[in-house]
Design a protein around this ligand. Structure first.
Ligand code: ADP
Length: 249
């Protein structure tokens, strides 16, 4: 059930790269328990906004508040420890290890990859119950003992999401989780994101508008670094400025 409390809010975010303004005065909020999409044409600034929100970039101006705490000056590992996690930052899947071993490793590593200490796999057997829970949650139970390299593309993405969930994030940022997927995998990952959002918040960049319309409670549209529209999919897709900038109609 979606509530209306913002879990994350950004105010007046601006990002300049050597004089080029990639993100201009962006103010957005993501409500707790929702699936929120960030959409826009190529070059709109979506990746830059993701990088700002997860602190891979520090904004030239503006403020970011997550669960009441000002995170504007924090490092990615610090915000990850607070439960704000971006999928790729910990999604490295080891192709020749099994699905189970990949998740066991993810469960024992600290969010700060730079300071991690890798324990031998034999020391990780105590994590099996939790690892299997996560594997089950992403629909990979039948594949637990298969090397990751043998998974289909969509199932590999599901495994990446399982390794991300190992950090127990309250809010997950997914960068194009359906990119390059066929119909069946899209359905599978959509179901997974719905299940994740039962007790977490999801912010995703997604190009597939059918997915956005189907899955997302709220949509923020960026174009040329600025917010063009924000609201339900139906509302933003009916906005003539969005149609012109994004859909080319
Ligand atoms: P999107 O993800 O919506 O395609 P990006 O956030 O990747 O857009 O890029 C927005 C704009 O900022 C683009 O014009 C891009 O070239 C520029 N940009 C992104 N990162 C950098 C950077 N590190 N240095 C200079 N320009 C950048």
């Amino acid at each position: 059930m979606a509530s209306t409390q913002p879990i994350l809010s950004a105010t007046g975010l601006t990002m300049e790269f050597r004089g080029f303004v990639a993100v201009k005065n962006v103010t957005l909020s993501v409500d707790e328990g929702t699936i929120h999409a960030l959409i826009g044409p190529n070059g709109a600034g979506k990746t830059t906004v993701f990088n700002l929100l997860t602190k891979f970039l520090t904004p030239t101006r503006g403020q970011i508040v997550y669960r009441g705490a000002d995170i504007t000056a924090m490092k990615p590992a610090e915000v990850a420890r607070l439960g704000l996690v971006r999928s790729f930052q910990i999604s490295a899947v080891f192709p020749h290890l099994t699905v189970l071993d990949n998740v066991r490793i993810a469960l024992q590593r600290p969010s700060n990859l730079a300071t991690q200490f890798w324990r031998p796999l034999s020391a990780l057997s105590g994590l099996d119950d939790r690892a299997m829970e996560l594997i089950e949650a992403v629909g990979l139970r039948a594949y637990a003992h298969l090397p990751a390299v043998e998974l289909s593309y969509g199932r590999k993405r599901a495994l990446e999401i399982a390794t991300t969930l190992a950090l127990d994030p309250a809010m997950l940022l997914l960068d194009e989780p359906m990119a390059g997927m066929g119909h069946e995998d899209i359905g599978r990952i959509s179901d997974l994101i719905r299940r994740i959002a039962q007790n977490r918040t999801v912010l995703m960049v997604e190009h597939n508008l059918n997915v956005v319309s189907d899955l997302c409670d709220r949509v923020t549209v960026l174009a040329r670094g600025e917010i063009l529209a924000d609201g339900s999919y139906d509302a933003v897709s009916a906005d003539p400025r969005v149609r012109e900038a994004y859909m080319g109609t």
